[in-house]
Design a protein around this ligand. Structure first.
Ligand SMILES: [Zn+2]
Ligand SMILES: [Zn+2]
Length: 341
């Protein structure tokens, strides 16, 4: 049996490079030689023990690579294709038929966010994926193509918000997910501002096309309202904090939409005046992960060069140095870091 290297989180603060078997291909499955796998905040939280999926844990759901083998019944991709790996779907259940396939039981089948399973993770040399979860990405370098998954989450959130050309929006937080949201909004023709307490992050956002940046010292409401008198049509909170969510509510236009994009650790409830929601007809929504169509759209944006993800990819490490990569990410606020097998 062939074996390959995998970077397995074996306990809090510990990553081990293990030899694991290369799985056999089943029906409709393909073998992808991983070109790059970026580390999500979710996996980083597992490494530092803030989230407990059970160990050993093989993360890695942000992947791109080359198809090197296919099962005989595969028709959607071919050996040699350069692809990003995303969700799969059954195509027959109620959520699938309604375009809400994130709720399909097959959505995470090859794309595990559940952990405790050495099968579907992506921090390894070869990954088995089903053909409908492979999306061709043209010539884009793998260390940027692997960002299709986080980009798909921003595409998903902006789509659920219903943002369109000519709208105005503000994004709280200029970390990787905030910046991706701002880039997707700008790409959609939305007049967008991004708020952060770190001028360096704002300068990077400006450099990559976000037209308005607001340096906050804790409360950005007045500054936002002076940029956008009367408020904005959309607010994305890419920081999970009570104070940020409450500021978001204060800068919403009537009929505006607040998207709670970030999860909160720890959970911090915030207050909403029901009469204000009633009278101003605002919407407060959540967004996490993506439907298959969002992943396809994100991959197409990368393939076509519609969006420049260079600022998101901060650093790459060889797979063998996964321990150092997780430590690097845990030492300071970072953009994305990718493992290269
Ligand atoms: Zn992710
Ligand atoms: Zn389904």
């Amino acid at each position: 049996m062939n074996t390959m290297k995998a970077a397995v989180i074996t306990g809090v603060g510990e990553v081990e490079i293990q030899d694991i078997p290369v799985p056999e291909l089943g029906s409709k499955e393909v073998l992808v030689k991983i070109g790059a796998a970026s580390i999500c905040s979710w996996e980083q939280r597992t490494f530092i023990g803030k989230q407990k999926p059970g160990f050993p844990f093989l993360g890695g759901h942000e992947n791109a690579g080359e198809v090197v083998a296919v099962a005989p019944d595969v028709t959607m991709v071919a050996v040699g294709d350069r692809v990003t790996l995303g969700p799969t779907k059954c195509g027959k259940c109620r959520p699938c038929l309604r375009g809400q396939d994130k709720a399909c039981v097959e959505h995470f089948k090859y794309f595990s966010l559940k952990g405790g399973d050495l099968g579907p993770g992506g921090f390894l040399e070869y990954k088995v994926h089903r053909e409908d979860g492979c999306f061709t990405v043209g010539d884009a370098p793998y260390e940027l193509a692997c960002l299709a998954e986080p980009l798909s989450c921003a595409v998903h959130g902006v789509r659920l918000m219903g943002m369109k050309k000519g709208d105005t929006a503000v994004v709280f937080g200029a970390g990787p997910m905030g910046l991706l949201n701002a880039m997707v909004l700008v790409n959609a023709g939305v007049d967008t501002a991004i708020v952060d307490m770190d001028e360096e992050r704002l300068a990077l956002a400006r450099k990559y096309g976000v037209p308005r940046t607001i340096l906050s010292s804790g409360d950005a409401v007045d500054a936002i309202l002076s940029e956008f008198p009367g408020g904005v049509d959309g607010v994305v909170t890419a920081i999970g904090s009570k104070a940020v969510n409450e500021q978001g509510l204060k800068v919403l236009q009537p009929r505006g939409t607040l998207c709670l994009f970030a999860s909160a650790h720890p959970v911090e409830p915030f207050e909403i005046d029901p009469n204000w929601v009633h009278n101003s007809e605002v919407r407060i929504i959540g967004a996490v992960s993506a439907d298959l169509e969002d992943h396809k759209r994100a991959t197409d944006m990368i393939a076509a060069g519609e969006i420049d993800l260079t600022p998101i990819m901060e650093k790459t490490f060889p797979l063998a140095e996964a321990q150092a990569a997780f430590e690097y990410l845990s030492a300071k606020p970072s953009y994305r870091v990718a493992l290269i097998p």
